[in-house]
Design a protein around this ligand. Structure first.
Ligand SMILES: Cc1ncc(COP(=O)(O)O)c(C=O)c1O
Length: 401
C-alpha cells in the first residue's frame, strides 16, 4: 500500500471535518485508485517463513489475518477516529457487537456499571441480563439527571454507559457533567453516540473516555449494511479492547467497511439536511399530537442542553399518540413513510418501539424509561419535508388527530 496524505497524522491534524470525511485514512495500492480499494481477502502471504514469525511476534509491520487486520477496514477505522477526535478506533460487525465488546473487554465479575435507563432495547438487555449473568452488577438511572449517576456510584463502579440522545425517548445527557463525575472517580465513561455521530456531537470534547457506534445508522446512512465501532485512546483500543476482539472475532467485513467509508463521505451533508427536515416535520407535529419528544424544538425541556453540546439534533425524534391502537392505525395509514424499525436511513421510517425495538424490554422497564404504548419513533429522511408533512397530515386525520 502506498501512503496517501490521509494516513499521515501530521497532515490530517490540519484538515477540517469535511476533508477528513472524504480523505481521512485513505491508503492507495500500487494502482493509484481514486476510490478506496476493497480488499476481499481472509489471509495474507509472506515472502519467507521468518517474515510470518516476525509479524506474529510484532517485530515486523504488516497484516496476518483479516480477523485481526484488513486494509479496507483500517481505512475506515482511521477515518472514524479522525472525525471523532480520538486516538484510535476499532470497527465491529454490528453496533451490538461494539456495545458488547466495549463492556465485556473491561469488566469482570464483581464490577458494577451505571447505565442510562432510556436506551435501545438490546443495550438494556446487555445491562439488565447479560452482565449480571457474569457477576457484573448494574444500576439503571434517569440519565437526564447527572446527580443520579453520582448517587448510584459504588466503590466497585467501573463504567458509566449511556446514549445521548437516547433511543427512542430522545433523553439528552449532560456530557460535561456526567463524564466529569466519571473522571473524578476513575470510572470509564462510554457514550453510545449513534444518533448524533461525530458530525453533530463529539463526546470526547466534553470529557468522554470512549465512544461506541452502531455505524449501521447514520454512518452508512442508506440502510445497506450493519457495522459498529468503538473509539478511545490508543492504549484502550490496543490493550483493553483488542485482546478481547482479536480472540472473540466480531470483525467487520471488508465489504461492509467499504460501504461505510463511502457513507462517511456524505455523512455531514445528509445529517444536516435530515436535521433540517426533522425540525420542519417536528414543527408541524407540535400541537397536533399530544406530545412530541424532539430536543431541537425550543419547547423541549432539554433544548438548551442539546444545543450546547450538539451542532444540530439529527433526523430522529419521537412523539406520542393515545395508545397502541392509535399508533398502529397511524402507521398503517402512511403512504410515503415506511413502517420500519431501522433508523439513520435516507428514507423516512417510522416504528412503534413498544412492539418492535423495545419488545424485549420488560413492560415495567419500558414504562420507567418512557416507552409508552402510544410512542412512535420517526426517522426523517432526505425526501422533501412537505411530502412527509402531507403524508403525516393525511394519516393523522384518518386516525382522528
Ligand atoms: C442507540 C443504538 N445503539 C446500538 C444499536 C445496535 O446497532 P446494530 O443494529 O448495528 O447492532 C442501535 C440500533 O438501533 C441503536 O439505536
Amino acid at each position: 500500500m502506498k501512503r496517501h496524505s490521509g494516513q499521515d497524522r501530521s497532515i490530517t491534524q490540519n484538515w477540517r471535518p469535511a476533508t477528513l470525511a472524504v480523505r481521512g485514512g485513505t491508503a492507495r495500492s500500487e494502482y493509484g485508485e481514486t476510490s478506496e480499494a476493497m480488499f476481499l481477502t481472509s489471509g495474507y502471504c509472506y515472502d519467507r517463513a521468518e517474515d510470518a514469525a516476525a509479524r506474529f511476534a510484532g517485530e515486523q509491520t504488516g497484516m496476518t489475518y483479516s480477523r485481526l487486520q484488513n486494509p479496507t477496514v483500517e481505512m475506515l477505522e482511521q477515518r472514524i477516529a479522525l472525525l471523532e477526535g480520538a486516538e484510535a478506533c476499532r470497527t465491529m460487525a454490528t453496533g451490538m457487537a461494539a456495545m458488547t465488546a466495549v463492556l465485556l473487554c473491561q469488566l469482570q465479575q464483581g464490577d458494577h456499571v451505571v447505565a442510562g435507563r432510556a436506551a435501545f432495547g438490546s443495550c438494556r438487555w446487555l445491562v439488565d441480563t447479560l452482565l449480571p449473568k457474569f457477576g457484573i452488577q448494574s444500576t439503571t438511572v434517569d440519565a437526564r439527571d447527572p446527580q443520579a449517576f453520582e448517587d448510584a456510584v459504588r466503590p466497585n463502579t467501573k463504567v458509566f454507559f449511556f446514549e445521548t440522545p437516547a433511543n427512542p425517548t430522545m433523553d439528552v445527557v449532560d456530557l460535561r457533567a456526567v463524564c466529569g463525575i466519571a473522571r473524578e472517580r476513575g470510572i470509564t465513561s462510554v457514550v453510545d453516540n449513534a444518533f448524533a455521530t461525530p458530525a453533530l456531537q463529539r463526546p470526547m470534547d466534553f470529557g468522554a473516555d470512549v465512544t461506541a457506534y452502531s455505524a449501521t445508522k447514520m454512518m452508512d446512512g442508506q440502510g445497506r449494511v450493519l457495522a459498529g465501532a468503538v473509539c478511545g485512546t490508543q492504549d484502550f483500543i490496543d490493550n483493553t479492547l483488542l485482546p478481547f476482539t482479536r480472540n472473540t472475532g466480531p470483525t467487520l467485513s471488508a465489504f461492509n467497511a467499504w460501504v461505510v467509508l463511502k457513507g462517511l463521505e456524505t455523512l455531514d451533508l445528509r445529517i444536516r439536511r435530515q436535521s433540517e427536515n426533522a425540525l420542519a416535520v417536528g414543527r408541524f407535529l407540535e400541537g397536533r399530537v399530544p406530545r412530541i419528544l424532539h430536543p431541537g424544538l425550543p419547547s423541549h425541556p432539554q433544548h438548551d442542553l442539546a444545543m450546547s453540546q450538539m451542532s444540530a439534533v439529527g433526523g430522529i425524534f419521537a412523539f406520542e399518540v393515545a395508545d397502541r391502537a392509535q399508533a398502529h392505525a397511524l402507521l398503517n395509514a402512511l403512504e410515503l413513510i415506511d413502517i420500519s424499525n431501522n433508523i439513520g436511513d435516507s428514507r423516512s421510517l417510522m416504528t412503534h418501539p413498544a412492539s418492535t425495538t423495545h419488545y424485549g424490554v420488560a413492560p415495567e422497564a419500558r414504562a420507567e424509561m418512557g416507552v409508552t404504548e402510544g410512542l412512535l419513533r420517526l426517522n426523517v429522511g432526505l425526501e422533501d419535508p412537505q411530502d412527509l408533512i402531507d403524508d403525516l397530515d393525511r394519516a393523522l386525520r384518518q386516525v382522528g388527530l
